[in-house]
Design a protein around this ligand. Structure first.
Ligand code: CA
Length: 220
């Protein structure tokens, strides 16, 4: 699950990063509205945590611009402001939920899980392909009806490949889905995860296109 965190308060942002990285989230932080809009317009995120009071472009404008461009990524707004006005404006502009600062990180995690469940139910049906099924709702994977236990990274890679069958995904695209924008990624880890996936499922499932990337074909 890839999350964009838009928060200009550094200590709050760091607190959220620490809390969410211990769960199965890949989380990328930005600290102003313009960068946030650029990020959601150019890359895929499963969820956005959006502060309302932001430099350059405020959170409400970011949200309105997203919805105007038909970007339907679930958005949880954060607000420190008193009064119900901002919350109503946010929900009217297309936010899916809100939290008032200060909040408990356990509550944040629970809200995110609920949002992801809702969007999974709405947008992501169970994928069935070549004897493999993947259920985004509970993150369960089976092969020929048998439950397969995958690590977080293996699951994310399989999900990315199965969601876009017959399409070659480059190393960069796949690494981004695992690590976000982190640039200290060991260059061999992707191969290692693919190797494990082939062992746990079956070797022919994932095709290597040398020098380009990987793909899953919808038919053998
Ligand atoms: Ca702020």
């Amino acid at each position: 699950m890839r999350v964009l965190l838009v928060e200009d308060d550094e200590s709050l942002a760091n607190g959220i990063l620490t809390a969410l990285r211990s769960e199965s989230y890949t989380i990328d932080p930005v600290n102003d509205g313009r960068s946030a809009l650029h990020a959601v317009s150019s890359e895929h995120f499963d969820l956005v945590i959006l502060d309302l009071g932001l430099p350059k472009l405020d959170g409400l404008s970011v949200l309105r611009a997203m919805r105007d461009r038909s970007l339907r990524t679930p958005v949880l707004i954060l607000t420190a402001r008193d009064g119900i006005k901002d919350r109503i404006a946010g929900l009217d502009a297309g936010a899916d939920d809100y939290l008032i600062k200060p909040f408990d990180t356990d509550e944040l995690k629970a809200r995110l899980r609920a949002l992801l469940r809702r969007s999974a139910g709405r947008a992501a049906p169970i994928i069935e392909m070549r004897d493999v099924t993947l259920n985004p709702g509970n993150q369960q994977v089976t092969y020929q009806g048998q439950m397969i236990s995958l690590s977080r990274n293996e699951y994310l890679l399989l999900h990315e490949l199965l969601s876009q069958p017959d399409r070659v995904l480059t190393r960069d695209q796949l690494e981004q889905c695992l690590y976000g924008w982190a640039d200290d990624v060991d260059s061999n880890t992707l191969e290692v995860h693919i190797h494990h996936l082939r062992k746990k499922l079956y070797p022919q499932l994932i095709r290597t296109l040398r020098g380009v990337g990987y793909m899953i074909e919808s038919r053998p």
